[in-house]
Design a protein around this ligand. Structure first.
Ligand code: MG
Ligand code: MG
Length: 251
């Protein structure tokens, strides 16, 4: 289903849910430390969101077993929190969280380093991937085409020679975790589906220090780089407005 123009009250629900999501992600980002099992962070996320009054959108989505995806190092996305998966010094920790509030869903992700970076390249990958997200967001306004966004993201990531994951892309969001259309992280200006004010989309570049190719683990969830290179992921849910955009998943 093509992402719909949302009503004022639906947008308000996404704004509130998005604020909860941002609150939890900011909190998790601050407490990430070497020695923590990823399941510990998932429990914190579940408890904090409950206290704020939101519901986890990913739990049970296509059977996903937890409230948050936590992906380490060469894992790009969809890592399952585990008690026996312990974060090490210098790990790249991807936190991808979804919130449902008054029936409306928001989706956002950040990548942080646990402790101090092992290599300056890791910190740079994270900074540039975040920069590419904002380059994509800046394209957003009524009438924007999906590849206008992808093209802006690609330009930033290409400059640094990073791999741009192609098998996973951004998407419409709101009534469902994933709505059409796809929002690729690459493309050509002036191409792709045309979007309009009132629609809500998740923009989410995934970049690697190697190639763009990924593979899926035997758990049927974890997606990792095929060449074992480190990956970073940033995501915001964005409302398209007449003149621009509003980021819904921020404080
Ligand atoms: Mg997400
Ligand atoms: Mg998403």
């Amino acid at each position: 289903m093509f992402t719909q123009v949302k009503t004022i009250s639906e947008i308000e629900a996404m704004r509130e849910g998005g604020r909860m999501l941002a609150t939890v992600l900011a909190q998790l980002s601050k407490i990430v430390e070497p020695g923590q099992p990823t399941k510990y962070l998932a429990k914190v996320a579940a408890n904090e969101l409950k206290a704020l009054g939101g519901k986890p959108a990913f739990l049970g989505y296509h059977g996903f077993p937890d409230v948050i995806c936590i992906s380490l190092n060469d894992e790009v996305v969809h890592g399952i929190p585990r008690t026996d998966k312990v974060i090490a010094q210098g790990d790249l920790v991807g936190l991808d969280f979804g919130v449902s509030y008054r029936g409306m869903i928001t989706d956002s992700a950040v990548t942080v380093i646990a402790g101090t970076p092992l290599k300056s390249e890791h910190a740079a990958l994270i900074e540039v991937t975040k920069e590419s997200l904002y380059a994509g967001i800046k394209q957003v306004k009524d009438g924007v085409q999906t590849e206008d966004i992808g093209c802006a993201i690609q330009r930033v990531l290409d400059t640094h020679g990073y791999g741009i994951v192609r098998d996973l892309v951004g998407h419409g969001v709101g009534h469902h975790v994933h709505e059409e259309p796809n929002i690729p992280n690459y493309g050509n200006k002036g191409r792709g589906e045309r979007l309009q004010a009132g629609m809500t989309i998740a923009i989410e570049p995934m970049a690697t220090l190697g190639s763009h190719e990924v593979s899926t683990d035997d758990d049927n969830w974890t997606i990792r780089t095929a060449d074992g290179s480190q990956a970073a992921h940033f995501e915001h849910t964005v409302l398209i407005t007449t003149n621009g955009y509003e980021i819904l998943t921020k404080l």
